[in-house]
Design a protein around this ligand. Structure first.
Ligand code: FEO
Length: 171
């Protein structure tokens, strides 16, 4: 059964939102490099790649359901933050918004009695729990060291270990 136009449009909007997330994290990665936090910049770059894969997953699903996938535009993300902590706090706030968007999509799928889309979205529901939790863990660590250079150095070293493969195994 082909996807409804309403569900298709909402998923196309989510593709754009995932691309926005990707660009936001790429902008954060750039800022973290400029703040001499190469490990945190690496973590954000891996996150950027993950967001691209989220966009692709939804795009593929729309096509598979005989929908019309559209590539829409999105706003430019911010480029400046006050501190590494501010970057991760902003990322955490952003992920909470994405969770709300995914929940809205699930509600719409239920309204439309589109069980295939509802089932497809379950992966994203679980993914959002992991994404919020991993970003919040970094926020808490950064709060704990209260901006101390040594503390930030240790955190940065840990964040530098993240690879696309380790990000996948976090799922
Ligand atoms: Fe695509 Fe970070 O959620």
């Amino acid at each position: 059964m082909a996807i409804s136009e309403k569900m298709q449009d909402a998923l196309n909007d989510q593709v754009a939102a995932e691309f926005y997330s990707a660009y936001l994290y790429l902008a954060m990665s750039a800022w973290l490099h400029s703040a001499d936090m190469p490990g945190a910049a690496n973590w954000m770059f891996v996150q950027y790649r993950e967001e691209l894969s989220h966009a692709e997953k939804i795009f593929d699903f729309v096509v598979e359901r005989e929908g019309r996938a559209l590539v829409k535009g999105f706003d430019a993300p911010p480029v400046e933050w006050d501190s590494p902590l501010a970057v991760f706090e902003a990322a955490y706030e952003h992920e909470k918004k994405v969770t709300a968007m995914i929940n809205e999509l699930v509600s719409l799928a239920r309204e439309e009695k589109d069980y295939a889309t509802e089932f497809f979205l379950q992966w994203f529901v679980t993914e959002q729990v992991e994404e919020e939790s991993s970003v919040n863990a970094i926020v808490q660590q950064m709060k704990l060291v209260q901006g101390s250079k040594n503390g930030l150095y240790m955190i940065d070293r840990e964040l530098g270990k993240r690879t696309p493969a380790s990000a996948t195994s976090e799922e």
